[in-house]
Design a protein around this ligand. Structure first.
Ligand SMILES: [Zn+2]
Length: 152
C-alpha cells in the first residue's frame, strides 16, 4: 500500500502571489507544530508506521489511528482557504487528489478494523485540550468508524 506515499505528479508551479506563498509558508511552519502539541498532550511520540496514510498517532491495541490534517492542504471546510489565484487548475487537481487519498486511507483503515480520528489543525490551535480529551474518550468507547470533532 504505497499509493499514498507517492509524491504528487508534477511540482507546484512557482507562485508569485504573495497571499499563496504566505499561506503555504505558514502552513509549512505550522505543519509539524499542531502534531507536536497533540503529542505532548497525549504523551505519545510520532512514529513512522506502515499503516495506510501513515497516521500521526496510533493506539495499536485499540486499533485507533489519529490523523492531524493541515487545514490548507486538506481543504478544511471551516477555514475554507481560497484556492490560490494562480495555477488554479494545478491546485484544484492537487487538492482533489489529497481528498481522494484521504478517503481511500479511511476506507483502507476501516477495512482493517481501525477507527480513524481526524483532527483539523485549527482545532488543535483553538482547543488542544479538548482534542486530546476527545481522543481519550474515543479510547474508552467501542463504536466503529467515527469521525470526531469535524463531523465530516
Ligand atoms: Zn481548519
Amino acid at each position: 500500500m504505497r499509493y499514498y506515499e507517492s509524491p504528487p505528479a508534477g511540482r507546484p508551479p512557482k507562485s508569485t502571489s504573495i497571499g499563496v506563498t504566505k499561506s503555504m509558508k505558514s502552513n509549512k511552519s505550522s505543519g509539524t507544530k499542531p502534531e507536536l502539541i497533540l503529542a505532548k498532550l497525549l504523551r505519545k511520540r510520532i512514529r513512522k508506521n506502515n499503516l495506510p496514510g501513515n497516521p500521526d498517532f496510533v493506539y495499536p491495541r485499540k486499533k485507533i489511528a489519529v490523523f492531524v490534517h493541515g487545514c490548507f492542504w486538506h481543504r478544511c471546510p471551516k477555514c475554507n482557504f481560497d484556492l490560490p489565484k494562480r495555477n488554479r487548475d494545478f491546485w484544484a487537481r492537487k487538492f482533489a487528489r489529497n481528498a481522494e487519498r484521504d478517503n481511500l486511507v479511511k476506507k483502507e483503515m476501516g477495512a482493517m478494523g481501525w477507527r480513524v480520528i481526524e483532527v483539523w489543525e485549527h482545532e488543535l490551535r483553538e482547543d488542544p485540550t479538548k482534542v486530546a480529551a476527545s481522543i481519550h474518550q474515543m479510547y474508552e468507547v467501542r463504536d466503529t468508524s467515527v469521525s470526531l470533532l469535524t463531523g465530516h
